[in-house]
Design a protein around this ligand. Structure first.
Ligand SMILES: Cc1ncc(COP(=O)(O)O)c(C=O)c1O
Length: 388
């Protein structure tokens, strides 16, 4: 059967089924089985596991964004080139932060922005400074271009060691500051980030600083705030944000960066970023404006986080401070052992995160229903049946 318009419409939920639209969009890389042979032919089958192994948003986007997608689907998408939504998306973001559109660049997710940042500011003579463990894609980009990597271990609370990173920044091309940090889930207050930026910029003015705020919508500490205002004061300081987390749009691929025009232009010129599609832009504009939905998602994430943390505590295991949609738990055993045990019982948890893979596991937060089932599996694997 060919993928007729009717089937296409069903795929995105217009046909009234709508059941899985949010889940599909919210989970970027996940394979989800779907009704209809034509669609099944396009999708790898569901592997039947509960996936809490990558930090996606199990709840997907808000209803307003799904409605915006539906409205944007028409034969008009055949005329993609005057991309009004794409331009409007940049304007909407710029307006929120009180800057001109030239201070914002857009990417198909923030991943490409991170790649571009390393390519713009690092080289075989200009190292990358990052945390260990931290989000590893900038390290991958540095390796690809032959740049030295200075990876500084997190401190005893599993927070990025800002002091050590500031020292290592001397002469570096780029500092990657993931705040909150993936995988350790910890975050620094804005005052600490500001001190760090001032120190690095004083000691090593040519070093660029990328503050990755992928998880900032999930923080509970009011002193942890966006560093976007700082980007306007310092050349070479910029923030990256993604729609893959609280906005629940990993599958739609949308991210952006804010900094001074010369800084973000240098990033945009280093890598091909400018290919957002109009449907994503339409949903992105709506999601960005629907702050009530982001608040609801934060609250739901907190409820699920507290439930899961409590379950681990009852089993005698502690996690680091969690300001994200994933936990980093000290299980006192290799992550691979826990992971293999969980997988046999239908739950996929996070990969190894060296240098902490001998003790800590990362567990992404799924829906409450998924976490209730997952906790039952954790109890079996860890040999600690308790009443949760
Ligand atoms: C800290 C951090 N930054 C950036 C990304 C990239 O997100 P995306 O490319 O989906 O926007 C991720 C994804 O997990 C992440 O954890």
């Amino acid at each position: 059967m060919s993928l007729s318009r009717r089937n296409f419409v069903r795929t995105v939920g217009l046909g009234g089924a709508g059941l899985s639209t949010a889940l599909i969009i919210g989970r970027g890389r996940e394979a989800l089985a779907f009704e209809g042979p034509a669609v099944q032919a396009l999708q790898p089958p569901d592997d039947g596991l509960i996936h809490i192994d990558s930090n996606e948003n199990a709840r997907g986007p808000g209803q307003s964004s799904i409605d915006a997608l539906h409205r944007a689907i028409s034969s008009r998408v055949g005329r993609g080139y005057p991309p009004d939504y794409v331009r409007d998306f940049g304007t909407v973001v710029a307006t929120r932060y009180g800057v001109d559109a030239g201070h914002v660049i857009i990417g198909t997710g923030s991943g490409p922005i991170l790649e571009a940042a390393v390519r713009a500011f690092c080289s075989p003579t200009k190292p990358l400074v990052t945390g260990s463990p931290s989000y590893s894609s900038p390290e991958g980009a540095a390796r690809r271009i032959g740049a030295e990597i200075r990876a500084l271990p997190v401190d005893r609370e599993l927070k990025l060691d800002l002091d050590a990173m500031a020292q290592a920044a001397s002469g570096a091309g780029l500092v990657f500051l993931c705040n909150p940090n993936n995988p350790t889930a910890t975050a620094h207050k804005l005052t600490s980030v500001e001190q760090f930026v001032r120190r690095v910029k004083q000691d090593s003015p040519d070093t660029a600083i990328l503050i990755d705020e992928a998880y900032i919508d999930y923080v509970y500490d009011p002193a942890v705030k966006t560093a976007i205002p700082l980007t306007q004061e310092f050349p070479g300081v910029f923030v990256a944000r993604t729609f893959s987390k609280a906005h629940g749009m990993a599958g739609l691929r949308l991210g952006y960066s804010v900094g001074q025009p010369a800084t973000v232009r240098a990033v945009a010129q280093a890598w091909s970023l400018d290919s957002m599609n109009t449907l994503t832009a339409a949903a992105g504009i709506t999601s960005f404006r629907d702050t009530a939905h982001i608040d609801e998602d934060r609250q739901e994430n907190a409820r699920i986080r507290d439930f899961t943390l409590q379950a681990f505590r009852k089993m005698g295991f502690e996690a680091s401070d969690c300001q994200t949609n994933h936990l980093f738990v000290d299980l006192g055993r290799p992550a691979s052992e826990f992971r293999n045990g969980c997988r046999e019982l239908g739950v996929a948890v996070g990969r190894d995160f060296p240098p902490m893979e001998k003790t800590h596991s990362r567990i992404s937060l799924g829906t409450m229903e998924e976490m209730r089932k997952a906790v039952g599996v954790f109890q079996k694997v860890l040999g600690k049946a308790t009443n949760v």
